[in-house]
Design a protein around this ligand. Structure first.
Ligand SMILES: [Zn+2]
Ligand SMILES: [Zn+2]
Ligand SMILES: [Zn+2]
Length: 211
């Protein structure tokens, strides 16, 4: 059975779909618990399969595991389970394993200047502090959502000097998953206070309407 994508191609061979699929955010309910009680993040479901790809933590490290989706429990059914604490741990371990960091200042000279932020040399996505791009702890430059940074890249810098970066410290495919995990953790660790503000504004709007 072939599945045709929205671009009218066999979904297995459509590059646009593949790239979108690679960087798609995790499901909102991605945080689960394994049969052994370890926290896990559901990373990928596979068409026509009951097995899913997860990232499991034992508290000290993380590793990819394939398991049946049905064996994963929802964290609300496990007591005690501090979701925020678990997400913070996942964030810390994932940053370390993916050679990633969250920049607190611009990583390129050109970014705040006329030249503007750099782009990924592969998919031309903008890389900047403003866009929330992560940094690579090995080359110190931005990492694109596709997992690429200046490591493993040979090219010319803005002064025309040729350089060859060190090899990627972790496979691009793995790093791409780590980046999705970092996004998920950051969003969900920060979500709570934002949600409260929204509810309050929402309530005020409703009560205004009533008057
Ligand atoms: Zn497509
Ligand atoms: Zn790098
Ligand atoms: Zn890229």
């Amino acid at each position: 059975m072939t599945v045709t994508c929205q671009h009218g191609l066999d979904v297995r061979f459509c590059l646009t779909c593949q790239q979108a699929g690679e960087t798609v955010p995790l499901r909102r309910d991605a945080l689960r618990v394994t049969e052994e009680g370890k926290p896990a993040l559901l990373l990928r479901t596979h068409l026509g399969s009951l097995e899913v790809t997860t990232l499991v933590s034992d508290g000290k490290t993380i590793r990819f595991e394939t398991m049946k989706e049905i064996s994963l429990r929802h964290p609300l059914t496990v007591i005690p389970f501090n979701q925020r604490k678990v997400l913070k741990l996942f964030l810390e371990l994932t940053l370390r394993k993916g050679y990633l960091f969250q920049p607190d200042q611009e990583l390129t000279y050109r970014e705040p200047r006329e030249e503007g932020p750099p782009r990924c040399c592969f998919d031309f996505s903008e890389l900047s502090l403003e866009k929330g791009s992560l940094g690579c702890t090995q080359c110190g430059k931005y990492v694109c959502q596709c997992g690429r940074c200046l490591c493993g890249y040979a090219g010319q810098n803005r002064r025309g000097q040729v350089f060859i970066g060190p090899p990627l410290p972790v496979s691009r495919e793995e790093r791409m998953e780590y980046i999705r995990v970092v996004r998920f953790c950051v969003d969900n660790i920060e979500r709570r206070p934002k949600a409260k503000v929204f509810q309050l504004a929402d309530f005020k709007r409703k009560s205004l309407k009533r008057r």
